[in-house]
Design a protein around this ligand. Structure first.
Ligand SMILES: [Zn+2]
Length: 344
């Protein structure tokens, strides 16, 4: 396999060029997230609308003006002309936007108007910041009925598990130690799902095991990866990213899956598949200043990588797509070292 590094600098962006221009016209070129370094490991999954105002430099006031009220943030209303006062107020939970002059506005339309972005974009930001438009997911979390646990017959790796890792050119013993890997035996079940013959990777979030992924070692199973049943996850795996959180630095190499992270090591993190979620996007932007995106070598992965790069750039993260031939998980030791050296 050959490694060719290509840094993509094109601005083929999910956000229209018009919006980019607007943002530059209003002077938002300087870091949008000045507090990122300080907040690196404080992950506020849902903050409030005030954080969105701060991150995107929307001029605002919460007190000291005749229109300000406790629990509200005020800004100039993008919907009415004339005196640009602080007429538009938003409740901190982002649910109500109300202008003293022109009345009520839907949250997504208000944010779209303030940032001069399309509605679908505004919706996405609202999901990131205040968790709107995801009532079903939130309800699900609250009514989790089953406790978190591993499948039956989960224990230490046996010879065949270690052999599988060695066959993929991993240093099996080091991997087990680095990632606290476990394994499932021949009869391993959880909630009627068959988890047998797999390497089980606990997924940590803030020092706690919150879910797991299980990789087939037989290469005979259609499902290479099995996740923890959703109703047992302490955190949905698509709301977090996989990696060694305590070792992360300013640059994080974004890969698709857990084995890619094992290959690259502590400089990498995975989104559990190429379809990243708004929650993951927000975490990535909050955590890293620079994100090379290294997905597998296939057309759909490239499309998703481009989208992610554009979204991250919009959030002032230095992001770019990296192309290699084949999958990151198949890189040799030497290729991996070369890659890390050039990307971090
Ligand atoms: Zn108004």
């Amino acid at each position: 396999m050959s490694v060719k590094l290509k840094r993509h600098t094109s601005r083929s962006c999910a956000i229209t060029s018009r919006n980019f221009n607007c943002i530059y016209i209003y002077g938002i070129i300087y870091p949008l997230r000045q507090n990122r370094a300080v907040n690196r490991f404080k992950f506020n999954f849902m903050t409030d609308i005030l954080q969105l105002f701060k991150d995107f430099n929307i001029p605002h006031q919460t007190e000291g003006h005749k229109h300000c009220r406790p629990g509200w943030v005020n800004t100039a209303c993008p919907f009415c002309s004339g005196n640009p006062g602080l007429h538009l107020g938003a409740t901190l939970d982002g649910k109500i936007f109300y202008c003293w002059r022109c009345g009520w506005h839907a949250a997504d339309k208000a944010v779209a108007g303030l940032l001069k972005i399309p509605i679908h974009k505004a919706k996405q930001l609202l999901i990131e910041y205040v968790g709107l438009f995801t009532p079903t997911e939130q309800t699900k979390k609250k009514i989790r009925l089953k406790s978190f646990k591993f499948p039956s017959d989960t224990g230490s790796l046996e010879k065949r598990h270690l052999a599988y890792l060695e066959s993929r050119n991993f240093d099996a013993k080091k991997l087990v130690k680095d990632w606290n890997l476990q394994a499932t035996g021949p009869i391993s079940i959880l909630d009627k799902t068959n988890y047998s013959h797999r390497i089980l990777a606990p997924v940590y979030w803030q020092d706690e095991v919150v879910t797991f992924q299980a990789r087939d070692i037989t290469n005979k199973n259609d499902k290479k990866y099995l996740a923890c049943p959703t109703e047992r996850e302490l955190m949905h795996h698509k709301h977090i990213i996989y990696g060694k959180q305590e070792k992360w630095k300013d640059t994080g190499i974004c890969v698709e899956g857990i084995t890619d992270v094992w290959r690259i090591g502590f400089d990498a993190f995975a989104t559990f598949g190429i379809k990243y979620t708004p929650q993951q996007l927000r975490l990535i932007a909050q955590t890293f200043k620079r994100v090379p995106v290294l997905f597998d070598d296939d057309p759909q992965a490239k499309i998703e990588a481009n989208k992610l790069v554009a979204e991250l750039r919009f959030r002032n993260v230095d992001s770019f797509r990296v192309d290699i031939t084949g999958d990151p998980g198949e890189l040799t030791e030497q290729e991996t070292r070369y890659l890390i050296k050039h990307l971090t």
